[in-house]
Design a protein around this ligand. Structure first.
Ligand SMILES: NC(=O)c1ccc[n+]([C@@H]2O[C@H](COP(=O)([O-])OP(=O)(O)OC[C@H]3O[C@@H](n4cnc5c(N)ncnc54)[C@H](OP(=O)(O)O)[C@@H]3O)[C@@H](O)[C@H]2O)c1
Length: 276
């Protein structure tokens, strides 16, 4: 698997595994299966309440810890400096890990005005060795500019909603211009109607790949890092098998033309939507 170099020198795989809704024993089994099927980057969050399942799956998988990139996220209710450090430590205890490879602010929650303080905590957590790399989710250009102005340090990653109905062209360009890697959440649109889109079905037949594979390959060719979730071992393998074909420029354009200004799955615009 190819690796992407982050702006702090660390590296991450070109695709990862989402774990939202993978909880408890069944969740552990799905995550162990994903690791055994070849995923080397796992995406969890304090708010998914499954950092324990992720940690348990890592130990049951038998894979060396240092062969995996483990991501977690700080919830908005812990953006005060001391709370942020304590929440991160709690997350590590839950996962039975000494460090996360990537640790992200989960939402900017701009009305609360706390994300710069939380970012400062992440900068220090990296110095303390609790995390290797730091980043954000759902940040808009104005939020990223503020981090740069106030701390001088830009995130390595911006994890944002990205799928064919919401291709994030402007945000991707901003991230790229600033040396930030765009990571895609709900890369399959959380199995919404996008999987039944006629253009994607046509391309699926043309390339002899599933609609899911067409979408994930498109995201890969956009230069982004998708993190599809699947509880099914078969779909886990399917979603990893996207590196043996190439979508033509014309067909990339066709997929890009499916994007809509209101294409977000749940209307979660980070300028106004808040999550704690
Ligand atoms: N930072 C954030 O704010 C944020 C927000 C949302 C999500 N995330 C992260 O992003 C990850 C991925 O996003 P997501 O879980 O929302 O949605 P997703 O990965 O786009 O879609 C997952 C859904 O698609 C189905 N699926 C998986 N592979 C498929 C395939 N090849 N064909 C058809 N259906 C398929 C899954 O069902 P089965 O399980 O039955 O296969 C599941 O219902 C999350 O798990 C989480 O780690 C981050």
């Amino acid at each position: 698997m190819l690796m992407y170099k982050l702006n702090d020198g660390q590296v991450i795989p070109e695709i990862g595994f989402g774990t939202y809704k993978l909880n408890g024993r069944k969740g552990v089994q799905s995550i162990v299966s994903a690791i055994n099927n070849g995923y080397r980057m796992l995406d969890t969050a304090y708010n998914y309440e499954n950092e324990g399942a992720v940690g348990r799956a890592i130990s049951e998988s038998g894979i060396d810890r240092d062969k995996l990139v483990v991501t977690s996220k700080l919830p908005g209710r812990y953006y005060a400096y001391d709370d942020a450090i304590a929440a991160l430590q709690e997350s590590l205890y839950r996962a039975h890990l000494d460090y996360f490879d990537l640790y992200l602010l989960h939402w900017p929650n701009p009305k609360r005005g706390m994300y710069v303080e939380a970012w400062q905590a992440l900068i220090d957590a990296q110095k303390f060795g609790l995390v290797k790399s730091i980043g954000v989710c759902n940040f808009l250009p104005e939020h990223l500019n503020k981090l740069k102005q106030e701390t001088g340090i830009l995130p390595t990653i911006n994890q944002i909603e990205l799928h064919p109905y919401f291709n994030q062209a402007d945000m991707r360009k901003f991230d790229k211009d600033n040396g930030i890697i765009t990571m895609d959440w709900s890369p399959l649109g959380r199995a919404s109607s996008v999987l039944k889109n006629p253009v994607l079905i046509e391309l699926s037949k043309k390339y002899n790949k599933s609609v899911g594979q067409i979408i994930l390959r498109w995201e890969h060719q956009l230069g982004t890092v998708p993190i599809p979730k699947s509880s099914s071992p078969i779909r886990q393998v399917e979603n990893l098998s996207i590196f043996d074909f190439e979508i033509s420029n014309t067909d990339m354009d066709k997929i890009n033309s499916l994007t809509k200004s209101d294409g977000r799955n749940k209307d979660q615009d980070p300028a106004v939507y808040e999550e704690f």
